[in-house]
Design a protein around this ligand. Structure first.
Ligand SMILES: CC(C)(COP(=O)(O)OP(=O)(O)OC[C@H]1O[C@@H](n2cnc3c(N)ncnc32)[C@H](O)[C@@H]1OP(=O)(O)O)[C@@H](O)C(=O)NCCC(=O)NCCS
Length: 149
């Protein structure tokens, strides 16, 4: 759809918190977002639709590894390719920085996210039993290796 994926900053905090509330029952706190937006502990990219924040991806880059920490699209704007655009934006940054591999964990029941990650070449490498504090669901661990030239 051509929406632009851009890095988010401190001025996006309120919109990000609002979007997070809409997307997750057990959501990140202001302090968790501040670690990314203000202190640069991890990166956050966002995508807007008609001016409003429609989705975000949070990921860390440590040495040659990228970890997806969170990914969410506004419930009213799903299945329009925004999740794919966000993931592609994060991958572009990884490619530019020579990142070798990426990891993530996802709830076993989250078929939407699992389908999306598989499309981007992630493969399951393990399971963490009863990993999530909110639902006590198992986490599936996924890995993706970036191609080297
Ligand atoms: C997962 C999520 C980010 C996907 O965002 P999205 O913008 O709807 O995704 P896209 O439109 O880019 O979809 C890309 C692909 O993902 C898969 N997918 C997305 N939603 C799906 C669904 N409900 N069921 C099955 N597959 C789905 C499909 O393969 C889809 O491609 P297609 O539309 O061509 O079939 C969104 O559903 C979301 O915010 N969920 C709640 C938060 C969450 O669970 N985040 C993940 C935490 S690990």
């Amino acid at each position: 759809m051509g929406e632009r994926v851009v890095p988010l900053g401190e001025s996006d905090m309120e919109e990000l918190i609002e979007l997070e509330r809409l997307c997750f029952a057990y959501h990140w706190t202001r302090e968790q977002f501040a670690m990314g937006l203000e202190r640069g502990v991890y990166k956050i990219l966002g995508v807007r639709s008609q001016g409003l924040l429609a989705g975000y991806i949070a990921f860390s880059l440590i040495e040659d590894e990228m970890e997806i920490l969170n990914l969410a699209v506004h419930p009213g704007l799903r299945r329009r390719g925004l999740g794919q655009s966000l993931l592609a934006g994060a991958f572009d940054i990884c490619t530019g920085k020579g990142i070798a591999k990426s990891f993530l964990d996802v709830k076993v029941s989250n078929t939407a996210a699992i389908d999306l990650y598989r499309k981007f070449g992630y493969e399951q490498i393990g399971v963490r039993k009863r990993y999530y504090p909110d639902t006590k669901e198992d986490a599936l661990l996924f890995r993706h290796d970036f191609k080297r030239d």
